[in-house]
Each structure stands twice: as C-alpha cells, then as structure tokens.
Design a protein around this ligand. Structure first.
Ligand code: NAP
Length: 269
C-alpha cells in the first residue's frame, strides 16, 4: 500500500442495505471515510459534527451538534429517532485532543474535563440514548474508536487524551458484557497514527511549540511512538475498512474485542 496514494477497496453495494448508521465526527478524517464507506455499501448514514458541511459533501443525513455537551447528545438522539426511528450501527468516531503541550502541569481541571467530555462522555451519553432501541429490536452494533495511546501515552501533549481513551476502551468492554446476551455487539478499535486533518494539526502544534519544522515534528511523533514498522501512518480509508468489517455479519462472532490498526507501532504483544 502506497504512502502517497489513497487506497481503494472492493465494496459490496448491498452489504449494509437499509442499515441506519450514525458516525460521530463524520465530516473529516477517519469519520468522513467511514461515512463514505458504509454509504457506498447501501447504509442510511448520519454524520454528526459542529460545523456545517457544504451541500452534497456528506452522503445521507447531517446533524449539526457539539457532542462535548449533554445537550448536543440529546439533540442528536432525538433527531435520529424522529427521522429514522433509531440506529442499527453506532460508530463513536468522535475524539481528539485540544490540550496544549507542556505535560501534566499544563493540564487544568477544565482541560481534563474537556478531554473526558470529548473522548468518553460523548459516547456514553449517545449509548444511553440509542442502545435501548437496539435492545428492543434484539440486534445492533456499537463501535468505539479508541487509540493506541491508551497503551502508549505521549507525555508531552496528550496525557488527558490517552487517559480518556483508556477509559473508553474499558467502558466498551464492560458494555459488551452487558449487551452481548441482548443481541448487541460491542467492539473497539485502537488506531495508531492516521493521516487526517487532526493529526496534521498536531504536527503543526508540535512544530510551533518546539520552534522546528513539520518534518522534524513528524519525526518526533514517529520517535515518541517508537517508530512505525510499516513506515507510514494509516489512511482513513483503511480504518474505515476495518469498521466496515467489524460492523458486518462477517464479524458476527466478534464481540468485546479491541482491534489495533497501527502499522505495528505498539512494540509489545
Ligand atoms: N488521527 C490520528 O492519528 C488518530 C490516532 C489514533 C486515534 N484517533 C482517533 O480517531 C478518531 C478520528 O480522528 P480524526 O483524526 O479522524 O479526527 P478529525 O480529523 O479531527 O475529525 C474530527 C471530526 O469530529 C468532529 N468534531 C470535533 N469535535 C466535535 C464535537 N465537540 N462535537 C461534534 N463533532 C466534533 C469534527 O468536525 P467539527 O470540527 O466540524 O466539529 C470532525 O468531523 C478520534 O476518536 C481520534 O481520537 C486518531
């Protein structure tokens, strides 16, 4: 797979026919690739983000909301139940870090709360609102996008983010134990470095903070991660392909698991 060419995969246009799919953070990066992938396979997609999207740039429904707030989660849940009667596949892709560099001392209570709201509570609130419908129907799929940082935290800039993702992975496992017997499959995905708008923004922030250029900043991320054996970050389309597999009937016996997609970055078993 090339470092410069976006990969293209064979898609069965009926695989997710009429399945109602909600993707949080579905307008950029991995979320946008997931919406496109499942939409191309026949799903009815709903993308959620804070900033409006240009007409026609996202297939299916778009709901404008800030999922860092309880009100945002309520508005999204109400809209999808009113318009679609519920959701069959819930992809909690929303996440990221807005904390400044500078390590533990730079992290105020408010910054901790922001990282936990964005990377954990947004998913918890939507699960609480939308999973009862799945239980009633006796079927459903929930996917939580975590990060390898939950096992490999970068101390300079993402301590709170890494801690929030660790909480998300454990929450996902706990939820799977409760929901498995009720027909709802729950899994999580731990990506390594994905080539997205957010990771490019992180490169620029580190370059600014350390007074170096982007190539040096990119190398510093590679070094902080201990290198990527495959030699490149993942494409959002590759993460979307893993989401499509785990959400499909092809993965019907995969439950309560976490799938790492990181080019071999995590150096341990
Ligand atoms: N990129 C990486 O290297 C990497 C590595 C490991 C894990 N991950 C995880 O993979 C997932 C996707 O990351 P990404 O890099 O693809 O993200 P991204 O490019 O930053 O896209 C984030 C998406 O979330 C939306 N969003 C951000 N804050 C929001 C809020 N408060 N409420 C609603 N929507 C919001 C954004 O749109 P608006 O700005 O318009 O709201 C955008 O659609 C995240 O969970 C991230 O933690 C990423």
């Amino acid at each position: 797979m090339s470092e410069t060419t976006i990969p293209r995969f064979v898609i069965d246009p009926r695989e997710f026919a009429d399945q109602r799919v909600l993707v949080t953070g579905g307008t950029k990066g991995a979320g946008q690739a997931i919406v496109r992938r499942l939409g191309a396979a026949g799903a009815v997609t709903v993308a959620v983000a804070r900033s409006a999207v240009a007409e026609g740039t996202t297939p299916g429904l778009f709901v404008q909301a800030d999922l860092g707030t309880p009100e945002g989660a309520d508005a999204v849940a109400r809209t999808v139940v009113d318009k679609l009667g519920g959701i069959d596949i819930l992809v909690h892709n929303l996440g990221g870090s807005t904390a400044p560099g500078g390590g533990f001392a730079a992290l105020t209570d408010q910054l901790w709360q922001d990282e936990l709201s964005l990377n954990l509570l947004g998913a918890v609130r939507l699960d609480r609102a939308l999973i009862p419908g799945m239980i009633e129907r006796g079927r459903g799929v929930v996917l939580h996008i975590s990060s390898i940082q939950r096992r490999l935290p970068l101390h300079d800039s993402t301590i709170a983010y890494a801690a929030a993702k660790a909480a998300l992975s454990t929450y996902s496992k706990a939820l799977s134990k409760e929901l498995g017997p009720k027909g709802v499959r729950v899994n999580s995905i731990a990506p390594g470095w994905i080539r997205t708008t957010a990771s490019e923004a992180l490169v620029r922030r580190i370059a600014e903070h350390s007074g170096s250029d982007e190539a040096a900043a990119r190398q510093s991320i590679m070094d902080a991660l201990g290198g990527i054996p495959l030699g490149r970050p993942s494409w959002p389309e590759e993460v979307a392909e893993l989401v499509a597999f785990l959400a499909s009937e092809r993965a019907a016996s995969i439950h309560g698991s976490e799938y790492t997609i990181d080019g071999g970055t995590v150096p341990t078993v």
